[in-house]
Ligand binder design. Structure first.
Ligand code: NAD
Length: 262
């Protein structure tokens, strides 16, 4: 793995939240392979430190910071860690998320608040504090918010999750318009995966009363007949983060094997 040289993100500084696992880890790997220096953050410090150590031993320019995206003081500390290490921020990926299920009749107010704390408050705080550091360098930047197809179409068993991801979708457009009108050169876009083969989906499958049947049903939900892979999602995030997407802001990219085309 090359952390420097002629990659498409060479010279860029990225902060990826929820980077210890799944889509965040795959995104970090892709960014590093394209020359970015990445600050990985996660609430799971043990897994995050281990992943960062492994990437560093392969030559990646990576550091890890412990970070709870639901907490504003924790965001201020994470952004300060980026500033102290690199003096600037070019790319922010608001990826950390949780995926508890429950219909409107089953979900509790406590579950609703917990899901929104991570999935909606997290990106809100990230955009707010990330923009402040991006503005300081004067070179613009790219924010990629990880939503879900469940932020575009409903799922009966995911009442709070759908609402939280719908929030991310329109937060993204509001941030994009604000930054465009202010002339900051900061773009903001959302990525909407369908079911993707990560520990989040493993957890859902394991909790189901018929795990094998449930996994097959998740695979069959996509017209392409399989789950997404973390790399599939990282590819879309990478595009939006890169200068190839320099005229793209306020947009949403579905990465769903055709699920929302039906
Ligand atoms: N896997 C899917 O099927 C799928 C589908 C659509 C959208 N997504 C979204 O993709 C993103 C990544 O999910 P994943 O599938 O890689 O899941 P994952 O569980 O593998 O990774 C999520 C990471 O977020 C971290 N995290 C959780 N709460 C946090 C907090 N308060 N502060 C900081 N970090 C926290 C976890 O420790 C974990 O490392 C999430 O926003 C998720 O909602 C996933």
């Amino acid at each position: 793995m090359s952390g420097a040289g002629s990659g498409r993100l060479t010279g860029k500084i990225a902060l990826v939240t929820g980077a210890a696992s799944g889509i965040g880890l795959a995104t970090t790997r892709m960014f590093v392979s394209q020359g970015a220096a990445v600050v990985m953050s996660d609430i799971n410090a043990e897994a995050g430190e281990a992943a960062a150590q492994s990437l560093r031993s392969d030559g990646g320019a990576v550091i890890f910071v412990a970070h709870d995206v639901t907490s504003e003081p924790s965001w201020i500390a994470a952004i300060e860690a980026v500033r102290a290490a690199h003096g600037r921020l070019d790319i922010l990926v608001n990826n950390a998320g949780v995926g508890t299920g429950g219909s409107i009749e089953d979900a509790t107010l406590e579950e609703w608040r917990q899901i929104h704390a991570v999935n909606a408050d997290g990106p809100f705080l990230g955009c707010k504090h990330g923009i402040a550091l991006m503005k300081q360098s004067g070179d613009g930047g790219s924010i990629v918010n990880i939503a879900s197809v469940a932020g575009i179409i409903g799922a009966p068993q995911l009442a709070a999750y759908c609402a939280s991801k719908g929030s991310v979708r329109l937060l993204t457009k509001s941030v994009a318009l604000h930054c465009a009108r202010k002339g900051y050169g900061i773009r903001c876009n959302s990525v909407h995966p369908s079911y993707t083969d990560t520990p989040m989906v493993d957890g859902m499958v394991d909790q189901h009363r018929a795990p094998d049947r449930y996994r097959l049903a998740l695979e069959g939900a996509s017209p392409m007949g399989r789950l997404g892979r973390a790399d599939d999602i990282a590819g879309a995030i990478f595009y939006l983060a890169s200068d190839d997407a320099k005229f793209t802001t306020g947009a949403e990219i579905v990465v769903d094997g055709g699920l929302t085309a039906t």
